[in-house]
Design a protein around this ligand. Sequence first.
Ligand code: CO8
Length: 372
Amino acid sequence: MSVVISGSGLFTPPHSISNDELVDTFNQYVEEFNVENSDAIASGEVEALKPSSSAFIEKASGIKSRYVMYKEGALDTKTMMPLIPERSNDELSVQAEMAVAAAKQAMQAANKKPEDIDLIIVACSYTQRAYPAIAIEVQKELGCQGWAFDMLVACSAATFGIMNGVNALNGGTAKTVLVVSPEFVFPQINLRDRDSHFIFGDVATAVVLENQDTATGDHCFKLLKTKPMTTFSNNIRSNFGHTNRCTPDTMLADDKMFVQQGRKVFKEVLPMVCQLIEEQLAEADIAATDLKRLFLHQANINMNTFVAKKILGREPVGNEAPIILDEFANTASAGSIIAFHRNHDDMVQGDKAVICSFGAGYSAGCLVIEHL
Ligand code: CO8
């Protein structure tokens, strides 16, 4: 049996925040902190905070702005976090709302009705709650039957979710699978941390997977090769979890948000990812010159350029390796799927591409695809 991606969808949150807005708030916070702590700074007890800059952010990462579900509070030095109104148990959760919007688009592109979908996988970096699964809430809201579950693999969640969907189709436990990645990650950034306050934005993506013989979408992509890989690292970590409240002294400490050693990640993940893609292409007997497109994880433009140059053996030209992080920032596992969603309409029968995500874990997921 051949499994195909038969449709994709993208939900873009209602608000956006530019680097300048984020940096202005951060620098105001730094000024206030340094004034409040001037004596301790003068005596050497406390280190003065350094300002951030839009020029650094754009040069080091390629990020110019990000979309967010909630903006209020994020640009206020008193709060420095998006303020998210509580919803009752009878209301749709924020993450399910994001997921449903992306899912509807993907289903429309794949010509699928709710009754066609029999497995929903919500694959992302965080879920808003532990249970009931967001995926089951999405299943109810869409009016689908069958089964649904959540899975977390940080930045590789979407590709790992697709691989789980392929396994379900091949194993006969599903006929049509929806893999949705509602990345509601902006709330997990430490907006007081100069090294990482600019990195993430919110978004949701979705893809429909099914066997080739039932697929009727305009753009169907056969999955030629799929490979997940993981190797443990503390260099990207969040200690947020359900036991935090049992250690009240540290339950709100900085390590409960996103923390990374960006330089180390850069150096350690890139060789891993290049090797994974090269091995997958060799196994599929596809030369890099035969690739129409590289849909890479969107964490850092310099990382993407490095990977694309290594794989292609030259600088990527045109939209061979599309970049979306200038507009969306790092959207965790959704990044490579946004790049795919926005840049596959001009692809034709026989065109081949790679979708590859990488990040915390470390984890990396590589999909080699061909347009039917
Ligand atoms: N403004 C001005 N200067 C700054 C700033 C700033 N905001 N931040 C740092 N600097 C300074 C530093 O202090 C340093 O100064 P000096 O040279 O004097 O020491 C200088 O700039 C250089 O700093 P870095 O070495 O840190 O800068 P880099 O060039 O390495 O760029 C990046 C930093 C952009 C973070 C880069 O290292 C990077 O992108 N690395 C890869 C990171 C990556 O891919 N991570 C993947 C994470 S995504 C993931 O796995 C998902 C997790 C789950 C989702 C979580 C959601 C919240």
